[in-house]
Design a protein around this ligand. Structure first.
Ligand SMILES: [Zn+2]
Length: 362
């Protein structure tokens, strides 16, 4: 296989470049196993201010036993090297979002040309793909996003097998890689979100690597055991909390923390009008994403919460609980206790025995 000037060699990782438009060059790595198998791509850095995917790919390649790999992985760790240089989301030459530029009809912008070339040179040659993003100004617990628009079993299963407790199912926007790869080539792409705010998060990167390995095992590209929580939340939407004023944000909670109904989450202080607004939790739950940049505009999302409702048995709001047993034809799965869920139960009812609290897990 050859992508740009990067030629694959059996049992090795090779490196090279691919020119997507005149003068627009991205780095490529190809890991080709000794045995035949699926061909997939893993990309990141589509938004120049998102760095967690770049580091995830870097570490994954170091940990990968390529000789034992079945099939080929094409890595494109930095799709927007010029935005990365300037720490901006968009493609600096036309100020467009690359992840809204795939497969667009009509007059082509510079970003459309890059996007089309990437699909033609890489996506079209693959069985499926993974596109890693992060939360930009917000930090997110790692999770995969499955496009609702093409809810097919395989794509849905990839989301589950990734193995985080939270899987988000969302209507993918026009022009995104995940949606357009399916529309144009019938190729499934899941989006992976991890961390954000131009910082690396050790634990989350490790969790993401485990998730990718789960998918490689599931698709028979490598050996091993898949570790998945007993129960997973399929989130329809996050419960986002928006700032109603412009000002300075003082966050009172941190990522992954459990909160009670009515708990103070943050204050926003507007120095021009000397107003302070308090933001309180509408339901109990745990913090799923937080904003790290503390100057906020009116309408900015400050944090989001995975909410629960109820008195005895807490029912998740805006989420469906999925049993892992639903996945057919896989034997090498180890089911692990759902950590976020158990922590939430302990927090809400610290005096009850764990056995009692987890009744509804059985
Ligand atoms: Zn992104």
């Amino acid at each position: 296989m050859k992508i740009g000037n990067c030629k694959s060699i059996k049992g090795k990782v090779t490196r090279g470049n691919l020119e997507l438009a005149k003068g627009y060059v991205i780095p490529i790595m190809i890991a080709q196993g000794n045995k035949e198998g699926k061909i997939i791509f893993i990309c990141s850095g589509m938004h120049g201010n998102e760095i967690n995917g770049i580091e995830t790919i870097n570490r994954l390649i170091k940990k990968l036993d390529v000789k034992k790999l079945r099939g080929t992985i094409i890595f494109a760790p930095l799709l927007n090297p010029y935005g990365f240089k300037e720490r901006i989301r968009y493609i600096p030459f036309d100020n467009k979002d690359l992840n809204r530029s795939f497969n667009r009809k009509g007059k082509k912008t510079f970003s459309n040309i890059i996007a089309d070339k990437f699909m033609e040179e890489i996506v079209s040659k693959c069985d499926f793909g993974m596109d890693i993003h992060d939360g930009q100004y917000n930090v997110l617990l790692p999770h995969p996003r499955v496009p609702k628009n093409n809810r097919e079993e395989f794509c849905f299963d990839l989301g589950k097998i990734f193995g985080t407790e939270i899987v988000m199912e969302r209507e993918a926007k026009i022009g995104t890689l995940a949606l357009e790869s399916f529309r144009k080539y019938n190729i499934h792409v899941i989006t992976i979100e991890v961390g954000g705010a131009m910082r690396l998060y050790e634990d989350y990167i490790e969790e993401t690597i485990i998730g990718i390995k789960n998918i490689l095992i599931y698709t028979d590209m490598m050996g091993g055991v898949i570790r998945i929580p007993l129960r997973q939340f399929f989130l329809d939407d996050r419960q986002g909390y928006i700032s109603k004023i412009e000002g300075v944000l003082d966050l009172k909670v941190s990522l992954g923390e459990n909160v009670k109904k009515g708990q103070l989450l943050a204050t926003v202080y507007d120095p021009l009008n000397n107003i302070t607004k308090e933001i309180k939790s509408k339901h109990p739950g745990f913090i799923f994403s937080v904003r790290m940049n503390d100057k906020v505009d009116k309408g900015d999302k400050i944090l989001s919460i995975m909410h629960f409702e109820g008195k005895k048995d807490f029912i998740p709001l805006n989420a469906e609980i999925i049993d892992i047993e639903n996945i057919k034809g896989i034997s090498n799965i180890v089911l692990i206790p759902p950590r976020l869920l158990l922590n939430f139960f302990k927090f809400i009812n610290p005096y009850k025995k764990i056995k009692e609290l987890t009744k509804f897990l059985r």
